[in-house]
Design a protein around this ligand. Structure first.
Ligand code: CUA
Length: 390
């Protein structure tokens, strides 16, 4: 019975594996992931060969020297001890196998650590702004920050800030500067590149290249607190033209729902709340900038919201998920389902603590725990969030 139980348990565990699952490193789609996959498979082949040789020898020995009915139990079979040539050969073969694994391992370590000599990632391909001189500056650089429990991404050369979802151009080397804002996190996009830790006070970095357009799933890979498992992110690899469009879109700032400027809107909505009309978007925006205190932590570029503690919301409705990838609102083709998106915004605002225990939006002083929001308020905020797209 226990054996049957173990087989059943093992089968159930295996059912969680899929070679092309969305976070499978066995389905590489980028240069660095390919190198690491090849190295992994080489090691598997070598160690599997060792397993067969050792296991086979053991089985053969047990079978060859088994007790036979013709054996006289009172007579010891011929005994032997050691064999210099066999021992020497075993050492030589072991060293040889280690060398076979070590050479590609060491070269992969150097290759994945150093920027490629001629990174085909010159920003001029898709961005014609003023650039500093020097090839190093022309490589698209992204600052990735780990927070409990989400990621922020900054494109210093392009003036873009985003949260939990980022885009990179296909076939171009991208350099990531990996930083932490609190505890140790780890940056991992299994199909594009292996993990590198984000450590407070330490400047880690890595490069990667996406060789196929697509939507890839990333995950914090270092235990960082109670909602570590919900700390995900997405990397969209886009064709060059699409990436240029994405850059343009991300740099747009939203228009105020009423009035000439955001400043006018904020002042007007604070002084004359009765003028907010019957429009949930206008009410939601007034709540966001006023009583809701959302701007303590969130920024919306080009508006008075300049908080630095939470994700930048300038184009939050253009993302395909919220809550660091935990609440998805895309369909199988990775385009946005607006109904689900609205529902996710509402639920996240209404009950973030249930969805991601310990999150700062709820627990920070003056956060959701301290603010009395009605269901209607949450609907209004969700309606406003839905407008934050290019
Ligand atoms: Cu961040 Cu685990």
């Amino acid at each position: 019975m226990p054996i049957r139980f173990c087989i059943l348990l093992f089968t159930l565990l295996l059912s969680g594996c899929a070679l092309d699952g969305r976070q499978s490193f066995m389905d590489p789609k980028g240069e660095v992931a390919w190198i690491q996959y090849d190295l992994f498979m080489l090691t598997v082949y070598v160690t599997f060969g060792i397993f067969l040789a050792v296991g086979g020898t053991l089985l053969w020995t047990v079978w060859r020297y088994r007790e036979r009915s013709s054996d006289d139990p009172n007579v010891l079979p011929p005994q032997s001890h050691g064999h210099p040539m066999v021992e020497f050969a075993l050492i030589a073969v072991s060293v040889g196998l280690l060398v076979i694994i070590a050479i590609p391992t060491v070269s992969a370590i150097f290759y994945t650590h150093n920027m490629p000599d001629e990174p085909e990632s010159l920003l001029g391909y898709y961005y014609k702004g003023d650039m500093a001189d020097g090839a190093e500056d022309e490589v698209l650089t992204i600052y990735a920050y780990g927070w409990q429990w989400w990621f922020s991404f900054e494109y210093p050369q392009l003036g873009i800030v985003t949260g939990n979802e980022l885009a990179i151009p296909k076939g171009k080397v991208v350099r990531f500067e990996l930083r932490s804002k609190d505890v140790i996190h780890s940056f991992w996009v299994p199909k594009l590149a292996g993990k590198v830790d984000m450590i407070p006070g330490r400047n880690n970095w890595k490069w990667l290249r996406g060789d196929e357009a697509g939507y890839f799933f990333g995950q914090c890979a270092e235990y960082c607190g109670e909602s570590h498992a919900y700390m995900q992110f997405r990397v969209e690899v886009l064709e060059e033209d699409d990436f240029a469009k994405w850059v343009e879109q991300q740099r747009q700032v939203p228009k105020p729902p009423q009035g000439e400027s955001w400043q006018d809107f904020v002042v007007m909505s604070a002084r004359n709340p009765e003028q907010l009309q019957d429009d949930p978007v206008v009410r939601g925006a007034a709540l966001f900038y006023g009583r809701g205190a959302c701007i303590q932590c969130h920024a919306i570029q080009g508006t008075p919201a300049a908080g630095l503690l939470g994700p930048d919301l300038t184009t939050v409705a253009s993302r395909k998920s919220i809550a660091a990838g935990w609440m998805e609102h895309h369909n199988d083709e990775f385009s946005i389902n607006s109904e689900r998106q609205y529902d996710n915004f509402f639920r996240w605002i209404r009950e973030s603590e249930k969805i991601k225990p310990g999150n700062l939006m709820y627990h920070v002083a003056g956060g959701m725990r301290d603010i009395e929001l009605s269901d209607q308020d949450c609907h209004d905020l969700a309606a406003f969030m839905m407008t934050l797209r290019p």
